[in-house]
Design a protein around this ligand. Structure first.
Ligand code: SAM
Length: 273
């Protein structure tokens, strides 16, 4: 059986499915856990592949570590979305972290990931973690000057995630961060979704003093580059050298230096050359 992920009228990607492990229509979205022949187990929400066990490390390490190492000593972190647990696993590797709150709108994603994606969801039992089932924008609007780090690990801007791409939401992130806080925002594919990518980055640039885009190839996300925006109040990620004391599969010191280098067509998209 083949699963066809259709990106637009002209482009679709086919994955051979070895097994369908779980399917559920939740109050928010259609959820499926499947076994792909090439990429292993995967979480699919509303017909979009969210993560696969074969390449999730690239996305989760790159969402977390460039921002987390840029902060000198982060203690409190918030994850918005991220119900599979992959971002959580990476945040908890930072030993200064005392507390991580994960705000996920759909508790069925957390439940299914705990059951079928143990390599991602292994950290939900860590005593530093609190899972809050709520809408990310509703939650973050109530918080002021509290988190050192906020990670936006949202699905694409359809359905419940639309609000997580608004200016109002990004302003709430700024207010919820401490005076030297940093937000890292999943920023889509500049090749396939240039409008969404540019809107995320330019909106964050209007709000945060230091905004840098990191790129990494995440093979299961369409193809080509995937973008992560680091929006910081004080520290500049380009000026730090991380000293990494734990194991990673993608991120390292050289990647930290290189990931913020942008090709000319992306600089042009962002009007920064
Ligand atoms: N890594 C993925 C990607 O880029 O495709 C995204 C990970 S997926 C686990 C994102 C999660 O965001 C989903 O579990 C979804 O339920 C959650 N989500 C969507 N809208 C949300 C909202 N408004 N508040 C909190 N979580 C939300």
């Amino acid at each position: 059986m083949w699963y066809i992920e259709k990106h637009n009228e002209n482009y679709q990607v086919g994955w051979r499915v070895s097994d369908i492990l779980y399917q559920k229509k939740t109050p928010y979205q259609n959820l499926a856990i499947v076994e792909f022949a090439e990429f292993g187990r995967a979480l699919i929400l509303d017909d979009a592949v969210q993560t696969t066990v074969k390449d999730e490390f690239v996305y989760h390490e790159m969402l977390v570590h460039p921002a987390a190492f840029t902060h000198k000593s982060p203690r409190r972190a918030l994850i918005i979305g991220g119900g599979d647990g992959g971002t959580l696993r990476e945040v908890l590797k930072h030993k200064t972290i005392e507390k991580v709150d994960l705000v996920e709108i759909d508790e069925e994603v957390v439940k299914a990931s705990k059951e079928f994606l143990p390599s991602l969801s292994e950290s939900f039992n860590d005593p530093r973690v609190e899972v809050i089932i709520d809408d990310g924008i509703r939650y973050v609007k109530k918080i002021k000057n509290y988190y050192d780090l906020i990670f936006v690990d949202a699905s694409d801007p359809v359905g419940p995630a639309v609000v997580l791409y608004s200016e109002e939401f990004y302003r709430s992130l700024f207010d919820a961060l401490t005076a030297d806080g940093i937000a890292a925002v999943q920023s889509e594919s500049p090749n396939f979704y240039p409008d969404i990518f540019v809107k995320i980055v330019t909106t964050l640039r209007d709000i945060f003093p230091k905004v840098n885009v990191a790129l990494a190839p995440v093979p299961s996300y369409i193809s080509g580059f995937f973008a992560f925006t680091v929006a910081s109040k004080v520290y500049n990620p380009k000026e730090i050298t991380p000293s990494i004391t734990f194991s990673t599969k993608y991120y390292n010191e050289e990647i930290h230096k290189a990931c913020f280098a942008l090709p000319n067509f992306i600089l042009d998209m962002l009007k920064i050359r």
